[in-house]
Design a protein around this ligand. Sequence first.
Ligand SMILES: *Cc1c(COP(=O)(O)O)cnc(C)c1O
Length: 380
Amino acid sequence: MDENQAIMMVDLVKQYHRLESEIDAAMKQVLHQGNFIQGKEVRLFERELAAYMGNSAEVIGCGNGTDALQLAFMALDLPKNAEVILPAFTYAALAEVVLLLGLKPVFVDVDRNTYLIDCALIERAITVNTKVIAVVHLFGQMANMDAVMGIAKKHNLYVVEDAAQAIGSYYSGEMVSGFAGSIGDVGTTSFFPSKNLGCYGDGGAVFTKNKDLAKKIASLANHGQNTKYYHEWVGINSRLDTLQAAILRVKLQHLQLFTETRQNRANVYRQGLQNLVEAGHIFLPELAANSTHVFHQFTLQLTAGEKREALRKFLLDNGIPSMVYYPLPLHHQNAYRQDVELPVSEGLCESVLSLPICPELSIENQQRIIEKMQLFFAGN
Ligand SMILES: *Cc1c(COP(=O)(O)O)cnc(C)c1O
């Protein structure tokens, strides 16, 4: 049966069918209770995710992962034009929020092998106006948090962790340890349907160990109210809704298994594509030191980036989707353009390719992908 099943980057319907009875029951319960905003499932989910995360991180649900970042920066109450150091090779949400709040993004290059912020470059980007180092745990593994936390401490900076792609990833360093999002001053994640822990619409969460900050973030997410109709801060309306929370409670129970399946699929790719590495056609993603990898994406690099479009077309002609995360670095985007050279980020945008790696990808279909990759490079 799997032989005939279409290959997809993410297969949310197949995943739903695996969890159908649990999800249906959870949703039905919410429908019968009628508390669609801030129903009890929201608090329960926040508590369960906090228990999963450990590190005494509090969890505040919100509308989506971009709002989570916005709430994190709003809560830190930074002076106008404060500088935020962030990687140039990532999804745009972080830069967008920084600029929307009147802060200044300072783009730093990433490591070619792990795709994560290059910590050796952070210190020289620090000025008297720097207030925050924002790291992104891109594709599912964590930035060098020992280095980041050390630099932040030395220069008295905040650390914000964008863990939208890395929920469940664990860092175990010499100085600091914990799940993605639980180590810095504030962490954020997204429950966008295709994320490793996804709901059936938009959703997100903010993490912090600081109780006062947690209270402020919860208030900011609800119009800056502490008591209904009494507004302490200028906030926003960004709440995780009850139905999504109920769905996430079910899926959180399966997150570990989903993660292990992703890790297994990554190993299968690694073995099946190793000869292409040896032949000089591709690089495979390298594991970052001290971090587990939850493989939100399996992102390889072509040695000859100019073959990428031909490879994508060849795969697609064989029913295999692939994606380019990301085609343009943030400092080259029209919206955030800066005249800086960040050669690694620029090079990666020309050479990266992500293959399907969702937990619903069958081994048979994965073997088909590996076979077609082999076939392409045999002729190219
Ligand atoms: C998905 C994602 C976001 C934004 O999440 P939304 O829920 O879509 O707003 C932010 N940062 C990264 C790295 C992401 O992958």
